[in-house]
Ligand binder design. Structure first.
Ligand code: ADP
Ligand code: MG
Length: 621
């Protein structure tokens, strides 16, 4: 076979986004490993020393280079991968600029050994600061090995600019992950000095992810859900983290046609699908692989940038969003609370269980009869509610419905009725027959109850919002709401704009029990309202809903339904400050844990938190 590397004509070279390719050791690693992949390697070994400062070594068993090509490879704009500008839109290789080796050789001492299968002998080249020091024929394995030594040896300013070893190493690993996660059919080995940090055998995507991020104890595979879809425009496969495994620092990867990419817009599609499923401060992990016609993307952005432009961004966004939502929908988010009540809070025998009063809180917490200079222990009750305070900025409504705003529409007597009409089946299922609940209400806001592993603390208002939200949503979907006719219908005038928004939700409102009559012009008569609502304040509630729909620009039916359901739920839920009976409390708990998602309110606030038994014990030394 003849030589394959050629210089790109200026006209083509000029159309390629150029730039400083080599910024740090990680960039060298990326370029060398990508070249090895383009060379068809099935095994790639990496060795770094001193976070890549003194050595970055990459060996592959790929196709190697001829003697002429070996020399040519270090020229600027020398590549075997594209010939003309139009090739840029049919790329199947990682590289195409013909810049990397030239750039590396300009700032480091490079040694390369390479041999093609058909050649008996290989060639070794030593080059530093673009000067070739040595070229000789040698005996070596098929494939290519690069040794890049003393990076920036001739650019002291750049060398000084490098960060600590740990930072540089983490940059290197970041590049390493971005490559290995999308090339499971290649075996990788990664040495940091003498230590083999990674040995990744040939496998499939899921096992590769596990090999990189899992551990023998923690199988990452069990934390992932499959996503998959394909149509004429795009095929998507991959994995998303189960909501319960979301955490502050998550693994988030997009790949397109075998290449890592950043895509803030698509990122949004994924994270939006997790709305209501995870706390807003947490992030879901995802590993999503797109395949599209290379003609429909432009990867010729700046060489060190990883953004990629899609021709049909909007459409791909919708497909991605639907696919992720479907995967999450199939997966039933079950509450992770254990309901074994052994060791339930022990009550003094002489207390009448039916008549438990909420604990009194007007004590002096600093008082200690044994010690006048007593300091309050560091155990801080307020801290327990830390989890409750994280406000969500998520949809559906993006409106911060919380306790105070919507006191007006509650008809508490009917709410109590609702609480008492619980389903005993669920009660039994969750708590066991023999269980007799003993719950405490604290500060008229929290319900404290005992669970197997410790103590469960529930925010009563938020719990009820979640319960009602799901029940309203079901009513909307199944058209099963109860309505109450108003003796004295209310009237509301809407301007053209509001009227338009009103019309988009009118049907949904009817399905939760509203009844409207369109009078002349922009006047709407409200004849019927959901059974639980209080008629007073109904107009402002409707206006709030119209406003939040306007604000969020929600266009999907599901979004509208969620806004309505949330708005009604917040209006009708029991409030902070309301004292609850034992029955009401246990009913609320039962119904909460029968919900699809009992962990967060629809707008992303924590509903409950636990203090484990051991945590509690540790407070007492
Ligand atoms: P590009 O990858 O953009 O073509 P590079 O400067 O990275 O530019 O590499 C120049 C050329 O050197 C490549 O086009 C390829 O032909 C050859 N080359 C580089 N690394 C290897 C390798 N590991 N095995 C075989 N050929 C290689
Ligand atoms: Mg390259």
């Amino acid at each position: 076979m003849s030589d394959i590397i050629h210089l790109l004509p200026d006209s083509v070279a000029n159309q390629i986004a150029a730039g400083e390719v080599i910024q740090r050791p990680a960039s060298v690693l990326k370029e060398l490993v990508e070249n090895a992949i383009d060379a068809g390697a099935s095994f790639i070994q990496i060795v770094i020393k001193d976070a890549g400062r003194t050595l970055i070594q990459v060996s592959d068993n790929g196709k190697g280079m001829s003697e002429t090509d070996a020399r040519m490879a270090f020229e600027r704009h020398a590549t075997s991968k594209i010939r003309e500008a139009s090739d840029l839109f049919a790329l199947r290789t990682m590289g195409f600029r013909g810049e990397a080796l030239a750039s590396i050789a300009a700032v480091a001492q490079v040694e390369m050994r390479t041999r093609r299968q058909e050649d008996e002998l290989g060639v070794a080249i030593e080059i530093a600061g673009t000067r070739v020091f040595k070229q000789e024929t040698v005996q070596c394995e098929t494939g290519t090995t690069f040794y890049v030594k003393n990076l920036f040896f001739n650019v002291p300013a750049r060398r000084r600019f490098l960060k600590s070893d740990n930072v540089e190493k983490s940059h290197i690993l970041t590049e390493f992950y971005r490559i290995v996660l999308v090339n499971p059919e290649i075996e990788f080995s990664f040495y940091d000095g003498e230590d083999e940090l990674y040995r990744l055998p040939i496998s499939n995507l899921k096992m590769r992810i596990d090999a990189v991020f899992g551990s023998s104890k923690k199988k990452i595979q069990q934390q992932l859900l499959n996503v998959e879809t394909a149509n004429g425009l795009v095929s998507i496969i991959g994995f998303i983290g189960k909501p319960e495994f979301a955490q502050k620092s998550a693994q988030q990867y997009f790949f397109v046609n075998g290449r890592y990419m950043r895509h803030p817009y698509f990122h949004k599609a994924v994270t939006l699908a997790y709305n209501q499923l995870i706390q807003t401060s947490d992030n879901p992990s995802y590993f999503i692989y797109f395949e599209v016609d290379p003609q429909s993307i432009d990867i010729n952005i700046h060489p060190t940038k990883t953004e990629i432009k899609f021709e049909n961004e909007q459409a791909v966004w919708s497909i991605l969003s639907a696919t992720v939502k479907e995967a999450l929908g199939k997966f039933n988010v079950a509450p992770s609370i254990d309901f074994d009540r052994e060791g339930a809070i022990e009550m003094p025998l002489n207390v009448n269980l039916d008549n438990v009063k909420p604990p009194q809180t007007n004590f002096n917490p600093d008082y200690n009869p044994f010690n006048s200079s007593y300091k309050r222990p560091s155990f801080d009750w307020e801290k327990l509610y830390g989890g409750f305070e994280k406000d969500a900025k998520v949809s559906p409504a993006n409106v911060n419905f919380d306790t105070e705003i919507t006191q007006k529409n509650v008809d508490t007597s009917t709410v109590e009725q609702l609480l008492i009409e619980s389903e005993p089946e669920q009660h039994k299922m969750l708590l066991g027959d023999e269980f007799h609940s003993t719950n405490f209400q604290f500060k008229s806001r929290f319900i404290i109850t005992s669970i197997k592993s410790g103590m469960l603390i529930i925010d009563q208002h938020r719990a009820h919002v979640r319960i009602l939200f799901e029940s309203y949503l079901k009513d909307i979907e199944h058209h099963t709401a109860h309505s109450q006719q108003l003796l004295f219908p209310e009237e509301m005038e809407l301007n053209e704009h509001d009227l338009m928004h009103f019309q988009t939700i009118e049907e949904a409102l009817k399905s939760v029990g509203f009844n409207f009559l369109h009078n002349e012009k922009n006047w709407i008569q409200i004849n019927g309202i959901p059974a639980l609502l209080n008629a007073s304040g109904i107009i402002s509630l409707l206006r709030e809903m119209i406003e939040s729909i306007q604000k969020t620009g929600s266009d999907t039916l599901q979004n509208l339904y969620e806004i309505i359901a949330l708005s009604l739920a917040v209006s009708t839920a029991i409030k902070t400050g309301k004292q609850l009976s034992q029955e009401e409390m246990s009913d609320l708990i039962d119904r909460l844990f029968a919900c699809e998602n009992s962990n967060f309110t629809p707008d992303g606030k924590s509903i409950h938190t636990t203090i484990s038994h051991s945590e509690l014990l540790s407070k007492f030394g």
